[in-house]
Design a protein around this ligand. Structure first.
Ligand code: CP
Ligand code: NVA
Length: 307
């Protein structure tokens, strides 16, 4: 039996060695690009990009990554496709697999991503679902290690609500063996399925509700918007999340050289103050840049082109 396509769906589904080889390939390709010696392992390959929801970074970085690697991106939005008129995910997967060499999709329904992957005969990449955002956290790991060296054994603090970016940080903590301190309001805490997974895998993740306790002594402080795509009750969420804002006072409890990370887009004055996001500890635009480089590593891995 031939082996199936190499999907990139979630960080915790892949062995650490493969994740590390993707990051190493990303760094190598970044260095080559900066030295004006681009590598083009994806000549003749086509990536379909399906966006059911808005995107700036994911859309542009995947598009540019494909072009720089010698391939071609095709941009599709769910609403413009027959998918928007009721064609099934399974049939869409079977049809696209006859045309393109890989599919990247942003879709809120995680089960739909899994269905696409089950029926596609080409690699499928998770470009964000309600459940997880693994491409983002690969870029974040790359960024952390560029600034501070190996993340293994370090402490990352998350303050905010339970969301897709937190889930991918949790998956990364389990694989890369760093401690993740999580502070969320009780009503916006990680759900049972995540809590059960933490127990089952013995992942080094501490769930709590106190942002100061989570951030104390951390090497990296991470937050995200209080209202993710698909969230309702924005006003209520703002009220309960106010104490979780990353401001200079909270940041001062982390290690003096701690990094501040945010996947962007940021809501300045809400989850983070200008002082922190524009301050010397912030690496948010390095993270954004590294979406381009990290995704090259992911694409090359999917295409079996990691050297
Ligand atoms: N961080 C991130 O995924 O940004 P976009 O929504 O702009 O793609
Ligand atoms: N948690 C955010 C991330 C956006 C990149 C959202 O899902 O909207």
């Amino acid at each position: 039996m031939s082996k199936g396509p190499k999907h990139f769906l979630d960080i915790n589904e892949l062995p650490l060695s493969e994740l590390k080889s993707m990051l190493a390939a990303s760094s190598a390709m970044k260095a080559k690009q900066k030295a004006h010696q681009p590598v083009r392992p994806l000549e003749g390959k086509t990536l379909a990009m399906i966006f059911e929801r808005p995107s700036t970074r994911t859309r542009v970085s995947f598009d540019v990554a494909m072009r720089q690697l010698g391939g071609e991106p095709i941009m599709l939005t769910g609403a413009e496709m027959q998918l928007g008129r009721g064609e099934t995910i399974a049939d869409t997967a079977r049809v696209l697999s006859r045309y393109v060499d890989a599919i990247m999709i942003r879709i809120l329904n995680h089960e739909a991503l899994l269905e696409l992957a089950a029926y596609a005969t080409v690699p499928v990449i998770n470009g964000l679902t309600r459940r997880s955002h693994p491409c983002q956290v690969m870029a974040d790991l790359m960024t952390y290690e560029e600034h501070r060296g190996p993340i293994e054994g370090r402490t990352v603090a998350w303050t905010g609500d339970d969301n897709n970016v937190l889930a991918s940080w949790a998956h990364a903590a389990e694989r890369f063996k760093f401690k993740l301190n999580v502070a969320t309001p009780p009503e916006l805490a990680p759900k049972k399925v995540m809590r059960d997974w933490i127990k089952a895998t013995n992942a080094p993740i501490v769930l709590g509700t106190d942002p100061e306790a989570a951030v104390k002594g951390a090497d990296c402080v991470v937050t995200d918007t209080w209202v993710s795509m698909g969230d309702k009750e924005g006003e209520h969420r703002h009220n309960v999340l106010k104490p979780y804002q990353v401001n200079a006072k909270l940041m001062s409890l982390a290690k003096p050289d701690a990094l501040f990370m945010h996947c962007l887009p940021a809501h300045r004055g809400e989850e983070v103050t200008d002082e922190v996001i524009d301050g010397p500890q912030s690496v948010v635009f390095d993270e954004a840049e590294n979406r381009l480089h990290a995704q090259k590593g992911i694409l090359a891995w999917c295409f079996d082109a990691v050297k």
